[in-house]
Design a protein around this ligand. Sequence first.
Ligand SMILES: Cc1cc2nc3c(=O)[nH]c(=O)nc-3n(C[C@H](O)[C@H](O)[C@H](O)COP(=O)(O)OP(=O)(O)OC[C@H]3O[C@@H](n4cnc5c(N)ncnc54)[C@H](O)[C@@H]3O)c2cc1C
Length: 412
Amino acid sequence: MKHFDAIIIGTGQAGPSLAARFAGAGKSVAIIERHKFGGTCVNTGCIPTKTLVASAYAAHVARRGDEYGFAAGDVRVDMKRVKARKDAVSGRSNKGVEEWLRGLENCTVIQGHARFQSSRTILVNDETLEADKIFINVGGRASVPPMPGIQDVPFLTNSSMMDVDFLPGHLVVVGGSYVGLEFGQMYRRFGSEVTIVEKGPRLIGREDEDVSQAVREILEAEGIRFRLNAKCISLLKQGSRIGVGVDCEGGAPEALGTHVLLAVGRTPNTHDLGLERAGVTTDDRGYILVDDQLQTNVPGIWALGDCNGRGAFTHTSYNDYEIVADNLFNADHRRVSDRMTAYALYTDPPLGRCGMTDAEIRKSGRRALTTKYPMSRVSRAFERRDTRLHQNYGGRGNKTDSGRSDSWHRRR
Ligand SMILES: Cc1cc2nc3c(=O)[nH]c(=O)nc-3n(C[C@H](O)[C@H](O)[C@H](O)COP(=O)(O)OP(=O)(O)OC[C@H]3O[C@@H](n4cnc5c(N)ncnc54)[C@H](O)[C@@H]3O)c2cc1C
């Protein structure tokens, strides 16, 4: 049995940096990856999708050439070249992570599927490894809920979308949140018809209502159609097309497309880790339960990144690494509950979120200063010819005489 000071499972956004930290401190570390180095962000998430978003944005602006003083002619997107560009950008990062890890002194890189044998041992490729400290950074995958028809109809996820090198005639996206909206706008700009089906009454339900509404209006203005309140989503093959049913009464599908993308949330990769043999507990959705310093219920085992359910972003996973590393190597007392929420939705225009929503502030009863500033008053927006939200983005709170909507008021 090989012994290491630390074993890390997964090479997402936390594992590689942690491996480098152990290796740099002269400790022996093994890092195990079953698929592609760099995990979701590098291979099927942030990096490839933002590369595709950039191609879609370029096509969108080129189509509006007349408004800016140039003629781009008939803009047609070559999906094979778009995919090749995406593969090159994503491949560069994937290679970078692998080369970095393989070049680390004291670090053993193993390709294979890791499973716990006990709270101190891991089985990979028929070999047993042992360590006093084990770190789980296994991430997640697209959820595939058991909706009627799911077994009979081909569907895409964020992972299989990475292989698409053609233009779907009509993409029906199930899920009106971050992943669904980014893909929806991107494919609309590439030239597909796009319908987004959402079971809730509005898009990106965790945001404030006016934010959801603004995002919807922007996307509708680009020709994306929405079916909200889709309580009973089902899939049905209709000749060469795929129907997505949205109500419980059955009948004809409400949205008929050529391809369906499921973007209805994430599932942690914890079902095939042998957690029960280590005694590590999860919640009922499979997220590993951790304390404020990301330690599981079993001493000596930590869980970092998406698999602990305490964040779902690249920077939250990386911050998990920072918390664990500082606590272990610098005798610090960093806690995940000190982290401030921050993320973005990469539609165009993008949505940035830092801290609480208006609804959360109201619920908390705290005193808060809020302000709204419409793009129609932003000079730079005029210069870029992008004053979207002009009509509908009115003031919130008490307007002052200056017309600005800053206001101090107690949120109740
Ligand atoms: C379409 C999409 C777009 C996104 N865009 C953004 C964005 O713009 N900005 C942002 O901040 N976040 C974005 N995210 C979220 C971000 O990608 C994730 O939060 C982040 O990658 C999570 O990293 P992680 O460290 O938890 O694990 P992951 O990156 O998921 O890596 C886990 C790794 O563990 C490996 N693994 C799993 N099980 C085992 C096992 N048993 N043995 C060995 N290896 C195993 C996997 O193969 C994988 O490589 C996006 C996600 C998606 C799906």
